[in-house]
Design a protein around this ligand. Structure first.
Ligand code: TRP
Length: 450
């Protein structure tokens, strides 16, 4: 037990919810979700997304938290404790690798938020039309080294917070700022839906057309769910290990899933009506969000100030997410390889700066960093989000359902009988049978139904 006392932990119930929600809510909601939705059929994608959240969100998230709190270990250590000398620690290793891969391309876009804070402060959007704003975005994201520099700064910031440790680092950042982000999204949403021509955007978002859905869209929807909820690579195992024995894991999973989904849907309501109103195509990809948002602020009283606040909050939302990615890697290095926290953070950040540079540079015009028609940036995103996370999630639910077992699962979610946890039987049933089946089915349908 001596070891347990030495581990860092979250200070309050709000602490774990805030930190897990901080990890979940980020560029995945405000940048990636609208991109994916725009490229994969609009409302039909949204419905599939919500269905998968409902079905897989709580069970997978709860499985991870349970494993983490039960073992008080990092993603690799947890499986080593529960199933030594078996295949299972592989799930943890894959998670650590996946964390590095995601951090590498996620930090590219995180760096953009810093550039956009500068653009907002210097009032560089003022009076510009769409063509000029698009031009600025393209010049910047194809700029190569400028992009790499912001990215490196962002990775450094993440390293700084993670190095300071869980309690005085992660928790403080998440608590106040995420609700503020929600408020500003509501303000933006109201402006967006009242723009001329906004109706078409709302129809795109809410009137499903299932004829456009093929396997690619289904796989993307599942990947987006895992990505947005930070599931499938051990973030929630690691954070679960910092949770107090008296906290309620089920309500934590529920609150995190709900708030994350709310922010994603809100981001959709902000982006699409405005995009349609300005004539930005939903399939615009990277530019969709970074061009639409400044355009909305240009149409708003007080837009200058709101725009600064928005990009600062977006950067912080990204930061609380990158913190969780890095934390998985650092917790693994310190606890399994016995390297101190400072060195571990430096090593992980250095690796990410290097890999991340490839992701950023692959966005330059005429870049040679293209494999099979995809940039390194897209490739990292696709492999980690659409393949590795769902496989990680599949293995985690199979592990909890078939190896960890009902008894220990019930004991963990009910805090050894202290809580009622009325949903535990249903959730366990989903974990054991339905969730694995659903993940496999989505993969199979994606492979067949192209
Ligand atoms: N969920 C975060 C977002 O939506 C990104 C993220 C943080 C993540 N940690 C993760 C994604 C772990 C997958 C796995 O922005």
């Amino acid at each position: 037990m001596a070891k347990e006392n030495k581990r860092d932990g979250f200070g309050s119930k709000l602490g774990i919810i805030a930190a897990a929600a901080g990890s979940a809510i980020g560029l995945g909601n405000i940048y990636r979700f609208p991109c994916e939705l725009g490229e994969n059929g609009g409302a039909a994608f949204l419905l599939m997304y919500l269905g998968i959240v409902l079905f897989l969100g709580i069970p997978v998230m709860l499985s991870e938290l349970v494993i983490g709190r039960h073992t008080l270990s990092n993603a690799v250590g947890a499986f080593k404790k529960l199933a030594p000398k078996s295949f299972w620690p592989f799930v943890g290793y894959m998670g650590v690798l996946c964390g590095l891969l995601i951090f590498a391309f996620y930090s590219t876009v995180s760096g953009w938020t810093l550039e956009y804070i500068v653009k907002a402060v210097t009032n560089s959007f003022h009076g510009k039309d769409l063509a000029a704003i698009e031009q600025d975005f393209n010049t910047f994201h194809e700029s190569g080294w400028r992009n790499v520099l912001w990215q490196a700064i962002f990775i450094f910031l993440t390293g700084f917070v993670v190095f300071r440790g869980v309690q005085n680092g992660i928790e403080k950042f998440s608590k106040i700022l995420m609700p503020l982000l929600l408020v500003i999204l509501v303000v933006l949403g109201i402006r967006s839906v009242t723009l001329p021509g906004a109706k078409e955007g709302l129809a795109f978002l809410f009137k499903p057309d299932f004829s456009k859905i093929t396997g690619k869209e289904v796989i993307s929807a599942m990947g987006q769910v895992f990505f947005s909820l930070s599931m499938g690579m051990g973030v929630l195992v690691t954070y679960g290990s910092y949770v107090k024995k008296s906290d309620n894991l089920t309500t934590t999973a529920l609150s995190v899933t709900l708030s994350d989904t709310l922010v994603a849907v809100l981001a959709g309501i902000v982006i699409f009506p405005a995009a349609f109103s300005f004539g930005i195509k939903p399939t615009a990809g990277m530019g969709l969000v970074f061009n639409t948002i400044p355009m909305i602020f240009n149409q708003m009283t007080g837009g200058y100030v709101f725009c600064i606040i928005f990009f600062v909050l977006l950067a912080i939302a990204a930061l609380t997410s990158t913190i969780s990615l890095l934390e998985v890697v650092v917790a693994y290095i310190t606890e399994e390889l016995h390297i101190n926290r400072k060195k571990a953070t430096i090593i992980a950040c250095a690796v990410t700066v290097l890999m991340g540079a490839f992701a950023s540079l692959s966005l330059m015009k005429d870049t040679p960093l293209v494999i099979a028609g995809h940039t390194v940036f897209d490739g990292l995103d696709f492999i980690s989000s659409n393949i590795m996370l769902p496989i990680g999630g599949l293995l985690i639910v199979v592990f909890v359902g078939w190896r960890f077992g009902k008894k220990r699962f019930f004991a963990e979610v009910s805090n050894e009988g202290m809580l009622k946890a009325p949903l535990k039987s249903l959730i366990y049933f989903i974990i054991k049978y339905l969730a694995p089946l659903a993940i496999v089915l989505v993969f199979v349908s994606g492979l067949i139904n192209r």
